[in-house]
Design a protein around this ligand. Structure first.
Ligand code: SF4
Length: 734
């Protein structure tokens, strides 16, 4: 008999509630939105509704693979781990930094990774840690840490109560929101307009969100920091500064007043490609609105001045009194706790403790820029990376100058990939370990709950058992960790207990209980659910292991699969602050100093075309292209403004050659006014042409890999984030 079960979508930050139909064999037969879900209320997108297609994709790997004589052969799990135990420890014994790890974006939505990855990292003991956060998010983390004390202190637009929402570098009607978990964005934006509010989109492209907005400001790529400085200057000049609830907790306002004066609209307007009147009017609107929220996301991070832009978004919210105000930007109180509920870390925001070997780039929270990975492999000398573990990541399509990385991957002495597909990256692996189907995992948004637009706690239990050949991913991670520590023969139960004791120590410290009391309280659970129960019970609504009668437990969430509502966002100043003096640092020295670089950029005049990225509804980076067919060939085309196309004798459907210093691609052209003159756009994650792949449906699609064009040398200097938007390109008929 078929059964219907609740399932939180594990694919993106919106974390929609779904209802899945499970067949008697345990496979997913159908997926529908869950109208009763307390956060998503019946919203879902094509990706979530495609969960069955993703889990049932016949090209997904179902058993481990070991490469022998250059060919992959199916293997048993013990055989695969034996091979790893034979080859990994000698490399670690020689030099722990010779083994690198790259963890991809899907791991951010995977409880197994979130709860066990730390054990693997500690066991490896390598400084060569890489992830997409240095490709798309680090400017945000960096500035949040500087202002509020932790890189995860996200002020979230209170979208359901705001009167004016200003969105920069984000296309939430397509992406469904980022660092703002707000499923059902279309409905929320419509409701904003229906209650008399407005939303404004500042974006070089007339994206779907921009087209639905009350006002679209088509800024030039890379000019967001200048634009924000222009608005600040109006607010200062017209005495519109009002810190509101933040007034008693802000340091550095005088510095902001002074520096803002240097960037009046008449100075920044030509750089932004936006007229002075528009900048001035928007500044006044934000400052005088009953409640306004300014939100910047991926487009503001992945540009030359991305860290400045991320900082100025928060400064603008603060000086207009919109921080911690209903309808402004507020801090979520996450049900499983997090950096904004835990005591301040003695380490603060760790960065710059060590440097990368080749170009000497400082680490950021234990990571190096992903753009450094290739050079750390292909540059000879002591400390060279000789082995790599990839987890749910495809750096051969996701990092700048990916041709160089792809070549470097082929030179490694040993490579392990935990991945569902044989793709452009994992084809270089020596051992491939497939994760189980998504339906076998429990789901709670430990990260997305840090920036949810409402305080709602939701958990969905696994909807089906593991098949006979499936290994739970947390067990794969623990077994890799044990091998790295030279303990490959220890039973999984023992390894899990060890992880539980370590988590219990932390939970005990947070709640004033003994470790034994914590462990006893979560019995007889094992695995991720045991660790998760500890997180929930030691969280802000938790029962603190029996000390708070009626407090939240994982069992409560299991009994309420539509979620438990803790209400709209509430003011959290000043308890949310984790800076050393407990105050908001509005003008951190290193950010103020970086304005000198921007000043130099103000005098630069660009000619020719620049390229920007674009989001797509049915894709997430590179990994869904095999399971979810793309309905529209234009998905992967180069968008060119008709005037720019005519100037280059290009028409719709032509092939164009796009060239930069880093490389070139040939791609189909689509002429459209969606991009302004001087700007072309290409989506990320395409170009499945690496050969020897196990993704035939994806390979059949002729998209190009945009990262062949992206420079791996020119990075945003404060954070090492790749400049994926606003770089010059040459376009000509192919
Ligand atoms: S919006 Fe995101 S969370 Fe919601 S169904 Fe789509 S992919 Fe899943």
């Amino acid at each position: 008999m078929h059964r219907t079960k609740h399932r939180l979508c594990p694919l993106c930050e919106a974390s929609c509630g779904l209802l899945v139909t499970v067949s008697p064999s345990g496979s997913l037969a159908a997926v529908d939105p869950n109208p009763a879900d307390l956060l998503s209320a019946g919203h879902s997108c094509a990706k979530g509704l495609g969960l069955a297609a993703i889990d049932n994709d016949p090209d997904r790997l179902r058993t481990p693979l070991i490469k022998r004589n250059g060919r992959f052969e199916p293997a048993g799990w013990d055989e695969a781990f034996d091979e790893i135990a034979r080859r990994l420890p000698p490399l670690l014994a020689e030099d722990r930094n010779a083994v690198a790890i790259y963890t991809g974006n899907p791991a951010s939505f995977n409880l197994d990774h979130q709860l066990y990855q730390g054990t693997l990292l500690v066991s490896l003991g390598t400084r060569n840690v890489y992830s997409p956060s240095m490709l798309d998010t680090m400017p945000k983390h960096y500035t949040l840490a500087a202002l509020f004390g932790t890189g995860m202190s996200f002020p979230v637009p209170d979208i359901d109560r705001t009167r004016l929402l200003v969105i920069l570098g984000s296309n939430p009607l397509v992406s469904n929101g980022s660092t703002m978990s707000a499923p059902g964005m279309a409905g929320r934006l419509r409701a904003l307009q229906e209650r008399g509010g407005r939303f404004v989109v500042v974006d070089p492209a007339a994206t779907r969100t921009a087209r639905a907005a009350d006002l679209h400001i088509p800024i030039l790529p890379g000019a967001d920091a200048c634009f924000l400085l222009g608005t600040l200057s109006v607010i200062v000049r017209e005495n519109l500064v009002d810190l509101g609830r933040a007034a008693d907790f802000v340091d550095g306002l005088d510095t902001i007043r002074e520096l803002a004066k240097r960037y009046p609209p008449e100075v920044v307007a030509p750089v932004c490609g936006v007229d002075e009147h528009t900048i001035t009017t928007l500044a006044r609107d934000i400052a005088t609105s009953e409640a306004a929220a300014v939100h910047g996301r991926i487009g503001t991070c992945t540009q030359e001045f991305g860290t400045l832009a991320s900082w100025l978004v928060d400064v603008l919210n603060i000086v207009t009194g919109n921080l911690d105000r209903e309808g402004g930007v507020m801090f979520t109180l996450p049900p499983a706790g997090g950096p904004t509920t835990w005591p301040a870390s003695r380490k603060g925001w760790p960065h710059g403790r060590w440097k990368s070997r080749v170009r000497g780039h400082p680490e950021m929270v234990g990571e190096f820029p992903a753009a450094c990975l290739a050079e750390e492999i292909d540059t000879e000398g002591p400390g060279r990376i000789r082995a790599l573990i990839t987890v749910a990541g495809n750096p051969a399509r996701s990092v700048p100058n990916s041709a160089r990385l792809e070549k470097a991957l082929g030179t490694l002495d040993f490579m392990i990939s935990v991945d569902a597909y044989l793709n452009e990256t994992t084809r270089h692996a020596d051992v491939l370990l497939p994760p189980p189907r998504l339906a076998t995992r429990g789901q709670m948004g430990l990260t997305t709950n840090l920036y949810s637009v409402r305080n709602v706690a939701r958990y969905s239990a696994p909807v089906t058992e593991h098949g006979p050949h499936e290994m739970p991913e947390w067990q794969t991670i623990l077994r890799l960790a044990a091998i790295a520590r030279g303990e490959s023969t220890r039973p999984i139960g023992e390894l899990d207990h060890e992880a539980a004791v370590s988590a219990a120590r932390r939970a005990a410290k947070l709640t004033g209980r003994d470790v034994d009391q914590v462990l006893a309280a979560v019995e007889p659970r094992t695995g991720p659910e045991r660790l998760l129960d500890m997180r929930v019970r030691s969280g802000p609504y938790g029962d603190r292991f029996g000390q708070v009668p009626g407090g939240l437990t994982l069992a409560d969430l299991e009994a309420a699969p539509d979620g438990i509502d803790f209400g709209p966002l509430r003011p959290r100043l000043p308890e949310v602050l984790r800076t050393p003096n407990g105050r908001i640092q509005l003008a951190p020295e290193e950010l103020v100093a970086d304005l000198a670089r921007l000043d130099e950029g103000l005098t630069r005049r660009r000619t020719g075309l620049v390229l920007i990225n674009r989001r797509q509804v049915r894709t997430l980076n590179s990994w869904l292209h095999n399971a979810l067919p793309q309905p529209d060939a234009g998905h992967y085309a180069l968008f060119v403004n008709p005037r720019d196309a005519a100037a280059r004798s290009l028409s719709d459907g032509d092939l164009a050659r796009v060239r930069t210093n880093a490389g070139e691609v040939t791609v189909e052209v689509r002429t459209t006014t969606e991009v302004r003159e001087g700007v072309v756009s290409l989506p990320h994650g395409w170009g499945h042409d690496g050969g020897s792949l196990g993704v035939p449906a994806a390979e059949a699609v002729p998209g190009a890999n945009v990262n062949l064009l992206v420079d791996d040398v020119f990075l945003e200097p404060l954070t090492g984030t790749a400049v994926l938007n606003g770089f010059p390109v040459e376009v000509e008929p192919a």
